[in-house]
Design a protein around this ligand. Structure first.
Ligand code: HEM
Ligand SMILES: CC(C)=CCC/C(C)=C/CC/C(C)=C/COP(=O)(O)OP(=O)(O)O
Length: 306
């Protein structure tokens, strides 16, 4: 049972199924799986054939299950930390409503089924890459980097950036430069995504004893880093067009979304408010979702590229 006083701002899910489901961080994992699906779509010219639909379905399910397992494992490791922060204190693990054995079994079951699906119905490369991603997030980020360094999410973000590579590998059986480019985009997107949230949650992270950038280096330094990252991200998002991988539909979307993100970061730099930081965080999610949707639309409407 978590020993600290209850700090939760959100009610704990009422049914046990809901409690397990929430441990999988469903909304984050949905976007992760979406990015993997875009990786799959870009790996093949035109619409998938009958057999390819089967691989797409299996890969989507397999990646989903392993990502969900990684999220649940994170909740297991961070039981004590989660119980100290308002944002996470409602989790069943933090409240001591699901035991360590239950959570570990749940995570192992999801991971095992997901890996078996990837091994038997997709290909071994995708399974190994997905497993490496699981280790990257669940162990290297969660256990080692997160409590150790403010660069935790910069290095740990590499695992969150892997989904397009996993999707590509599922359909092509290799790791193409196009997929690596999409990986680079998510990698550069992650710091401004997370630091915007860390800015308006600084006190919670301080109390939990986590060395997030605003805790260790202050808000002003973090705002500067967010600003710089959004410009580097904007430059990186031009590369799919510049390398002939995507066409003008993607280019226009990338420029508009990128400038939007830079504008949020600029305003945040000039005059900080928690509300603006929250809006920047929300925009980051819209940014990545629409950017990847644009890649897909562009791929099907301008099929002569790639
Ligand atoms: C190590 C890298 C990452 C870190 C540290 C991180 C951190 C976070 C945190 C702490 C939240 C919770 C916000 C809340 O409770 O209100 C969040 C939300 C979210 N993140 Fe990330 N994130 C990372 C990578 C990613 C990636 C790779 C994606 C998708 C491709 C993603 C998509 C999302 C989404 C969709 C939400 C909103 C969840 C909701 O509204 O319930 N994140 N992120
Ligand atoms: C196999 C595969 C594709 C794995 C994907 C790994 C994965 C789930 C990455 C998402 C990153 C994530 C949930 C960060 C939340 O940060 P946090 O863990 O610091 O947030 P918290 O404070 O809410 O626990």
């Amino acid at each position: 049972m978590a020993s600290s006083p209850p700090v939760t701002a959100k009610a704990s899910p009422s049914s046990t199924w809901q409690q397990y489901y929430q441990l999988t961080k469903p909304r984050v994992v949905q976007l992760i799986v979406f990015c993997a699906i875009i990786g799959m779509a870009l790996a093949i010219p035109g619409l998938p054939s009958g057999a390819q639909w089967g691989v797409i379905l299996a890969a989507t399910l397999g990646i989903w299950l392993v990502a969900a397992a990684a999220a649940a494992f994170n909740c297991l490791v961070e039981q004590q930390i989660d119980s100290k922060m308002k944002r996470t204190a409602w989790r069943a693990t933090a409240r001591g409503e699901l035991s360590r054995v239950q959570t570990l079994s749940f995570s192992a079951l999801l991971c095992g089924i997901g890996m078996a699906i990837l091994w038997f119905l997709v290909n071994p490369l995708t399974m190994w890459l997905t497993f490496a991603t699981f280790i990257g997030y669940a162990v290297i980020y969660t256990v080692i980097l997160k409590p150790m360094t403010p660069q935790n999410i910069v290095i740990g973000g590499a695992s969150g950036a892997m989904p397009p590579v996993l999707g590509w590998a599922a359909l092509r059986g290799d790791v193409g430069p196009e997929a690596m480019l999409l990986c680079l985009i998510i990698f550069l997107w992650t710091p401004p995504h997370f630091w915007a949230l860390a800015l308006y949650r600084t006190e919670e992270y301080r109390k939990a004893g986590l060395p997030m950038l605003p805790v260790t280096h202050g808000a002003q330094y973090t705002r500067l880093q967010i600003f710089l990252y959004t410009w580097i991200l904007l430059a990186a998002t031009l590369l799919p067009f510049l390398t002939g991988m995507s066409g003008w539909i993607y280019l226009v979307s990338a420029v508009l979304l990128g400038l939007g993100f830079c504008a949020y970061a600029w305003k945040l730099w000039l005059e900080y408010s928690d509300e603006l930081a929250r809006a920047t965080f929300r925009f980051s999610i819209l940014h990545l979702s629409l950017l990847f949707a644009a890649l897909l639309i562009d791929h099907y409407l301008l099929p002569w590229t790639t």
